[in-house]
Design a protein around this ligand. Structure first.
Ligand code: FES
Length: 107
C-alpha cells in the first residue's frame, strides 16, 4: 500500500491509499480523481493517463521504457523530465508518498 497524492491543475489534492500491484492510474481512476482519463484502460496506447512526477520523486521511480516514452510524445504538453504515463507506474511500498501533478487536460 502506498499513499499517492494526485494534485489537479487547479491545486485540488487527492490523497489515495493505493494497494501494491495496482498502477498509479488505477488508483486515480478507481477513486474518481478527475484528470486521469485512461481511455485505453492501461495498455500504454492512449497517453490520457499522463501526469508530471514531483521533482523529489524523479530518481525514485523506475525509468520509462521505450513504449511509454514513445506514447508520451502524444500526451498534452509533455515535459521530457517529469512526464510519465501513470498506467506504467506499478505501486509498491517504495512509492509511499509519491506526488503526481495532473496536467490541465489530457490530449
Ligand atoms: Fe492509456 Fe495509460 S491508460 S496510456
Amino acid at each position: 500500500m502506498a499513499k499517492i497524492t494526485y494534485i489537479e491543475h487547479n491545486g485540488r489534492r487527492h490523497e489515495i491509499e493505493v494497494p501494491n500491484g495496482m498502477t498509479a492510474m488505477e488508483g486515480a481512476r478507481d477513486n474518481g480523481v478527475p484528470g486521469i482519463e485512461a481511455d485505453c484502460g492501461g495498455a500504454c496506447a492512449c497517453s490520457t493517463c499522463h501526469a508530471y512526477v514531483a521533482p523529489e520523486w524523479l530518481d525514485r521511480l523506475p525509468p520509462a521504457d521505450a513504449m511509454e516514452a514513445d506514447m508520451l510524445d502524444f500526451a498534452w504538453q509533455p515535459d521530457p523530465k517529469h512526464s510519465r504515463l501513470t498506467c506504467q507506474i506499478k505501486v509498491t511500498e517504495a512509492l509511499d508518498g509519491l506526488v503526481l501533478h495532473l496536467p490541465e487536460r489530457q490530449i
